[in-house]
Design a protein around this ligand. Structure first.
Ligand SMILES: Nc1nc2c(ncn2[C@@H]2O[C@H](COP(=O)(O)OP(=O)(O)OP(=O)(O)O)[C@@H](O)[C@H]2O)c(=O)[nH]1
Length: 600
């Protein structure tokens, strides 16, 4: 008897904590082994209190008639950057627990995840969490939830992941309400890969859900999309530590190990079948995660470049959403252009590179991907402003998102003002209750991916929540702004912006550089330009830097020392034409610009 379910919730509504309590209530983790966020294996997940990778775990649960069920729980990430992980997990389940913080109510990702679950035809069990909080308003939010998904407010379960209250009743309801998995036990095996993870000791561990038939150790399996075959070295369940079994049958969730070293050989969304008796139809897979923002990553010390390359290779083993290719910049030297799902993803990758591989990195201001149509109708995909085609351009298309904002209704005006300022178009508005409203906007990705969320939070005193998903492209009035030092373009500072914002970018960047670049022996103009048109200009005045002026005596050795020192200082300088720029100036100019993403 099997029940497969996942927990879906807005970020911080308590999924991981509830999962911990379930592990305890079912006895699979002993109290002495318990640690918070048991299923979050990465250090960064623990430290930041967020879930990045999905995890599956099997737990036994006995119903009131003494029948024991195997419950497979799949813990999913809550942040919008990792939504693609959620949809994969959902496809492996028959049911979802829709968890809502009893002191907060429905938030934007509650809705987004609910819609995903509904698209996957899952049975939904509404649950209010954190009922131990003094600020909890279970009656009010039970009504909100019942209104949203239909049904009676009294049927909304109430639990506390902190105290464990209501968790056993919830496990009983999972057994009672969720349908058992259906599949054909006699058919050729078909199993869906919903995650694959690189483990230093075991190689690639592939998480699967068997739909039809049976997979057994030692047999040869085939990946249906590539035709690659492997021997099944081990198959088993996570309980939550890996436990090898004699095979996995219909509806079962577990892992398999084949000895491959690269997660790309065990592609998420692929169907695993038996080589001797293969299935003819693949299961419908998932859309590949698509990078949304790109940034250049450069080692501060140029000799670290090979280390950075190896480190990215290693991280990619575990993160199929990470894409990169080598790139060179006049200002920053050799590095990589890296694609990310969002700014949180960028921040996490960068932190892992610095921490796990001891690298000091500089990242260029992130940008979204543009399609530029040139005069001869060629479409150029631009992931780096320096690739923006020269010459006449027919149109520039930018990626769009559809965004949902949920907030108390008193903030409707403030939210509208913000979204309009970001070139958003209102798509619709619904009241969830008398005082809370859901607003739907279509907005350019470039306008929301950077500081939108912070601005939204500050205009709504922290009450608004946001969710968004990709929604096609639009033609827009976009231009490339270049920054020139004495007439020479500095590639790391080029940016693609909306025409109305080009001027303010130009002014901001030229001012910043004027402050950061030391004076030279001659006057240096810093200009911002669109094509050949100058839109902003600052000057660095000339000085004559005479290091010898300090030495009045005739001590020649001291003079020589000073000259040597000056020469050394120059090594860390980059030359732009005749202009010397210390690398620190670039770092300072770029780092203050990259708005850190806050937890959403
Ligand atoms: N008082 C109280 N606090 C809770 C309860 N459940 C979770 N919390 C707290 O709420 C915060 C978020 O809990 P998590 O379990 O990390 O939330 P999450 O939804 O898993 O977050 P992500 O994995 O990042 O999506 C933590 O500080 C928990 O200690 C509860 O029942 N009562």
């Amino acid at each position: 008897m099997i029940r497969n379910f996942c927990i879906i919730a807005h970020i911080d509504h308590g999924k991981s904590t509830l999962a911990d309590r379930m592990l305890q209530a079912t006895g699979v983790v002993q109290p002495r082994d318990m640690k918070a966020q048991y299923l979050d294996r990465m250090d960064i997940e623990r430290e930041r209190g967020i879930t990045i990778k999905s995890q599956a775990v099997r737990m036994p649960w006995e119903d009131e008639n003494g029948v024991t069920y195997a419950l497979n729980m799949i813990d999913t990430p809550g942040h919008v950057d990792f939504t693609y992980e959620v949809s994969r997990s959902l496809a492996a389940c028959e049911g979802a627990i829709l968890l809502v913080d009893a002191a907060q109510g429905i938030e934007a990702q509650t809705l987004a995840n609910l819609y995903l679950a509904m698209e996957n035809d899952l049975t939904i069990i509404p649950v209010l969490n954190k009922i131990d909080l003094p600020a909890a308003q279970p009656e009010k939010y039970a009504a909100e939830l019942a209104h949203l998904i239909g049904g009676d407010p009294d049927d909304v379960l109430r639990v506390s992941g902190k105290t464990g209250e209501g968790v056993e009743a919830l496990l009983d309801q999972i057994v009672r309400q969720l349908p058992p998995p259906v599949g054909d036990a006699e058919a050729p095996a078909r199993a869906m890969i919903f995650d694959s993870v690189y483990d230093t000791y075991r190689g690639v561990v592939t998480y699967i859900r068997v739909v039809d038939g049976m997979l057994q150790p030692r047999e040869r399996i085939k990946m249906m999309s590539t035709g690659a075959t492997h021997e099944l070295l081990e198959i088993g369940v996570s309980a939550p530590e890996p436990v090898p079994t004699k095979g996995l049958g219909v509806g079962e969730v577990g892992y398999l190990i084949t000895g491959v070293k690269d997660v790309r050989q065990s592609k998420v969304g692929d169907t695993v079948t038996n080589l001797n008796r293969p299935a003819d139809q693949q299961l419908s897979g998932y859309a590949d995660p698509k990078p949304m923002v790109f940034s250049g990553l450069y080692p501060i010390d140029g000799s670290d470049y090979p280390i950075l390359r190896d480190a990215l290779d290693k991280l990619q083993l575990n993160d199929a959403a990470l894409v990169y290719e080598p790139e060179t910049s006049v200002a920053l030297g050799f590095g990589f252009r890296v694609g990310f799902l969002g700014l949180l993803h960028l921040e996490i990758v960068r932190e892992r590179l610095e921490r796990e591989f001891n690298l000091d990195l500089i990242s260029t201001a992130p940008n979204v991907v543009y399609d530029v149509v040139t005069e001869d109708k060629e479409v150029v995909t631009v992931t780096n402003p320096s690739e923006f085609p020269e010459g006449k351009i027919l149109e520039v298309r930018e990626p769009m998102v559809s965004a949902t904002v949920i907030a108390p209704s008193e903030f409707v005006g403030a939210i509208m003002e913000l979204c309009q300022g970001k070139r958003g178009v209102l798509g619709g508005m619904d009241y969830l209750s008398e005082e809370r409203v859901e607003m739907r906007y279509r907005l350019p990705l470039a306008e929301i991916v950077f500081d939108f969320f912070d601005q939204l939070k500050s205009r709504t005193r922290g009450y608004a929540s946001l969710d968004w998903k990709a929604d096609g492209e639009q033609v827009a009035d976009l231009v490339k702004v270049d920054i020139l030092l004495q007439g020479d373009q500095v590639d790391a500072f080029s940016a693609i912006t909306h025409k109305d914002k080009a001027y303010s970018y130009g002014v901001m960047m030229t001012r910043k550089l004027r402050e950061l670049i030391p004076r030279q022996q001659f006057e240096v103009p810093i200009q911002a330009a669109i094509g050949s048109r100058i839109i902003a200009r600052e000057n660095i005045r000339a000085i004559r830097k005479d290091v010898l002026a300090k030495c009045y005596g005739g001590d020649i050795s001291r003079k020589r020392k000073l000259l040597e020192k000056q020469k050394e200082g120059k090594k860390r300088m980059k030359m732009f034409g005749r202009v010397e720029v210390p690398q620190e100036a670039f770092i300072a100019a770029l780092s203050s610009d990259s708005s850190a993403d806050k937890k959403k």
